[in-house]
Design a protein around this ligand. Structure first.
Ligand code: GAR
Length: 198
């Protein structure tokens, strides 16, 4: 870990395998310009919160955006990472963090994205369409759902007998769990450089 890492909050709604990938990347030094300080969940049952606590990271459940903003401010958060966070944030929230909120989406944007395209549904849509290549995208969050500038993408092959579940797993293993830590490192490094006036 580098000195004065960018302070990261991860926002989650579910199982938190992407959060786990970030925690593991931090341990391995893949993520070294940023440190996860806080996890916020809008789902009280999210297993992601347990993953956070097991790793000594504060995890808070709230559905209230004002409370989310207070938490981010109290923790001096500089980068917000949406890792399987399924609530659409309000324009007011998003405007507070220009190019400081990033999201992972389980397709190659602009395919199979936007409002209502989340989790397993994304893979159902990809299979129904018959695409032979899908993947994952990390992008900045703006006021258009899945519409912000793309930071990184990785393609994954669709196989003959794929179900939404097998495809979801392959996209996670081959793309998401590598792409998100790498993108977090890139944006965190930029935040540190800007802070140091470079
Ligand atoms: C991930 O596949 C992520 O890309 C997706 O939800 C899953 C969360 O899994 N996000 C979206 O669909 C956002 N539109 P996880 O809780 O195990 O990280």
């Amino acid at each position: 870990m580098l000195k004065d890492p960018a302070r990261i909050a991860v926002m989650v709604s579910g199982g938190g395998t992407n959060l786990q990938a970030l925690i593991d990347a931090e341990k391995k030094g893949v993520l070294r310009s940023g440190l996860i300080e806080l996890v916020i969940s809008d789902n009280p049952e999210a297993y992601a919160m347990e993953r956070a606590r097991e790793n000594g990271i504060e995890a808070v459940f709230t559905k209230d955006e004002n409370e989310m903003i207070s938490l981010l401010e109290d923790h001096g958060i500089e980068l917000v990472v949406l890792a399987g966070f399924l609530k659409i944030l309000s324009p007011d929230f998003i405007r507070r963090y220009p190019e400081r909120i990033i999201n992972i989406h389980p397709s190659l944007i602009p395919s199979f994205c936007g409002k209502g395209a989340y989790g397993l549904h994304v893979h159902e849509k990809a299979l129904a369409y018959g695409v032979k290549v899908t993947g994952a995208t990390v992008h900045f969050v703006n006021e258009i759902p899945d519409g912000g500038r793309i930071i990184a993408q990785k393609a994954v092959a669709v196989e003959e007998n794929d179900t939404p579940e097998t495809l979801q797993r392959r996209v996670m293993e081959q793309a998401e769990w590598k792409l998100l830590p790498a993108a977090c490192e890139k944006v965190s490094a930029k935040i540190r450089r800007e802070r140091m006036g470079k």
